[in-house]
Unconditional design. Structure first.
Length: 183
């Protein structure tokens, strides 16, 4: 899927992400991004299996945490990097909007995944994606992304049931343009 840049998505729960541009590189294309996060908002514990993610604080204060670790905080001008496979979460740890600029490398399917995830979260009241959408995206892109706060039982038992009945109901048709996951 080709996008026109800049391309902005919002999740209705305090996060706005703008994909500024796709940069072609011999080592792999990457996305330059800007995110605006409302106080106390941010993504849950997750992992990008294929992408490194780097965020530089332009305005505000970011809190980050890795599983089992203590929260860490970074202010204006500071950069935090999560290597591929590095589980993490981050949030706006200040009282004003958090503005970060960064990149995700390689781009792979990050833009598609986040666009559809954010849309579903927004349609579902800004708290979490719709059950079918979350199950579909997590199954299809399991080699690229994982949401670690979803219990393993839900992923192994509930998601397959949701997918089966959701496909019978035609809910998968909204993903007709889904790219192949990177293995």
């Amino acid at each position: 899927m080709k996008y026109t840049y800049p391309h902005t998505i919002e999740n209705g729960g305090g996060e706005k992400l703008t994909f500024l541009r796709m940069v072609e590189s011999p080592e792999g294309d990457y996305l330059e991004v800007e995110n605006l996060v409302k106080p106390k908002s941010g993504p849950p514990m997750h992992v990008h299996h294929k992408q490194a993610e780097s965020l530089t604080v332009v305005k505000g204060k970011i809190g980050i945490q890795r599983p089992g670790g203590e929260p860490e905080y970074f202010g204006e001008g500071e950069t935090v990097t999560f290597e591929a496979g590095d589980p993490h979460k981050f949030w706006n740890a200040g009282s004003e909007d958090l503005l970060c600029r960064g990149l995700a490398k390689p781009a792979n399917n990050l833009e598609y995944f986040l666009e559809h995830l954010f849309r579903s979260v927004k349609e579902n009241g800004g708290k979490r994606p719709g059950t079918f959408d979350g199950a579909y995206l997590m199954k299809h892109f399991k080699s690229e992304f994982d949401m670690l706060e979803i219990p393993p039982f839900a992923k192994k038992v509930i998601f397959p049931v949701v997918l089966f009945f959701g496909k019978l109901a035609g809910k998968h048709k909204k993903f007709k343009d889904v790219p192949e996951a990177v293995e």
